[in-house]
Design a protein around this ligand. Structure first.
Ligand code: ARG
Length: 469
């Protein structure tokens, strides 16, 4: 909402050397209030702590500090009640709040901006906002991990084909497949944790770019706002948007994980696979084809990951040519970041719901392992283990047996012992023990392997890791 009727001739916050007002086009290109109003809470919080510090260091009087703080709290109430009138003539959230403060408490409001600039102010607000997004993201990812672990535990011994190159490779368990995604989201949580840790230095006091001549206490504001320490270099402080880039990078990587799972669910749910069925809550029908159940939510998870990657790219490109210190280009940081946070949290929530809701078609999964000579590696391993041949020879023998089965139009255990022996005479009946998919998965007990017992161990381990901070 903008308020053009009160457009000042020259901006009253810096109008000293300006005679005329800006053009409408300038106002439009310059204003960020339509989106940066999202930062109002952080802006007020930062201003209150800055004000307290100014009073504690004797830069302003305690009385003025109290008046300023009560004005700021009143403004917060107005914004929360939807009663605040945002003006694009006042450009951004910082100046909208300061102008309103002046209306409420008069010229005392002007003392708040002592030893501060919008450059350190916006860096502070934005960091506080991204920090909170990191915390919310961690909670959302935890919920997704819990959903994956639940499915893994319920389906620890359900057998599906494992693919490489989307060709049947070796049988695996569905629980193992779910836990593969658990690992990805664990790394994602670690990345967001790193983002939070690295961003947690307080910009306040860097002022415009060079610091300030006032005797400020940067440790006070830093502590009060929950930062680990003040930033070390005032020029870097107002030029730095690494924290937004890092957040978006972590979100982009994580969105890729969501997208890959979405892609698998789309495939698994189609009539040719029928491995899973997705619930009514996350699918749609077709207006013309009555049989359809379209996996729209999964498709949108896949689609929106592209948008997240695009936002990351847009800010990388914006930042790459900027000289130190602040340039107005940097105002482009917010829409990209805000959109990433909103889009990313939506796809995580949708994926959590889809994972919890999907039903597993055990029969179809198993059925799909009955073609594609999926236990050929087990046969080759048997030749190595029992006949003592080098793996490369065993591979060759197995390849010939597969060719034989292909010719006959059956799977490996559809061949007779004689047929096997026509390729390698030393093969015995014992070989058939390793050709079942059940045997195949339960034999893979190496650490991190797909055996149901191992999956259940990994489930317990995963449950513990979800909680560790
Ligand atoms: N709206 C600006 C932003 O989003 C705030 C900083 C403006 N600083 C300045 N010197 N013009 O980055």
């Amino acid at each position: 909402m903008t308020n053009d009727t009160q457009k000042p001739k020259a901006n009253s916050l810096w109008g000293g050397r300006f005679e005329g007002g800006v053009s409408d086009i300038m106002e439009k290109i310059n204003a960020s209030i339509d989106f940066d109003k999202l930062l109002y809470r952080q802006d007020i919080q930062g201003s209150i702590e800055h004000c307290r510090m100014l009073a504690a260091t004797g830069i302003i009087s305690n009385k003025d500090a109290e008046i300023i703080q009560s004005g700021l709290k009143k403004i917060e109430g107005e914004i929360e009640a939807g009663e605040f009138e945002f003006s694009s003539a006042l450009e951004d959230i910082h100046m909208n709040i300061e102008a309103r403060l002046t209306e409420i408490i008069g010229s005392t409001a002007g003392r708040l901006h002592t030893a501060r600039s919008r450059n350190d102010q916006v860096a502070t607000d934005f960091k506080l906002w991204v920090r909170q997004a990191c915390d919310q993201t961690d909670e959302a990812l935890k919920a997704l991990q819990l959903a994956l672990v639940k499915k893994a535990e319920e389906n620890a011994d359900v057998i599906i084909p494992g693919f490489t190159h989307l060709q049947s490779a070796q049988p695996v368990t569905f629980g193992h497949h779910m836990l593969a995604y658990f690992e990805m989201f664990t790394r994602d949580r670690g990345r967001f944790k790193d983002v939070r840790k690295r961003l947690n230095e307080c910009p306040l006091g860097a002022a415009a770019l060079a610091g300030t001549s006032f005797p400020i206490d940067r440790n006070q504001t830093s502590d009060a706002l929950g930062f680990d320490r003040p930033t070390a270099n005032s020029m870097d402080t107002v030029s730095d948007r690494d924290f937004a880039l890092e957040f978006m990078s972590a979100a982009a990587i994580s969105a890729i994980h969501v997208s890959r799972l979405a892609e698998e669910m789309i495939t698994w749910s189609c009539a040719q696979f029928k491995f899973i069925e997705m619930s009514d809550s996350f699918t749609t029908g077709s207006s013309i084809m009555p049989q359809k159940r379209n996996p729209d939510a999964a498709e949108l998870c896949r689609g929106k990951s592209g948008r997240i990657i695009g936002s990351l790219n847009s800010l990388l490109i914006t930042m790459k040519g900027l000289p130190l210190t602040f340039s107005k280009d940097m105002q482009e940081d917010k829409e990209a970041t805000f959109d990433v946070v909103e889009t990313y949290s939506l796809i995580i929530a949708a994926m959590t719901g889809m994972v919890l809701d999907m039903t597993i078609n055990v029969k179809e999964m198993k059925h799909a392992t009955e073609t594609g000579f999926i236990t050929a590696t087990d046969l080759a391993d048997w030749v190595v283990r029992v006949l003592g041949l080098p793996f490369r020879n065993a591979h060759h023998i197995t390849g010939s047996i597969v060719a034989l089965a292909e010719k006959k139009g059956c799977d490996l255990n559809g061949l007779s012992l004689e047929e096997m022996q026509s390729v390698e005479p030393k093969i015995t009946n014992d070989v058939f023990n390793v050709l079942s998919v059940e045997n195949s998965v339960s034999s893979r007990v190496s650490y991190g392997g797909t055996a149901p017992l191992k999956v259940l161990e990994q489930v317990e381990n995963a449950k513990e890791r979800i909680e560790c901070k």
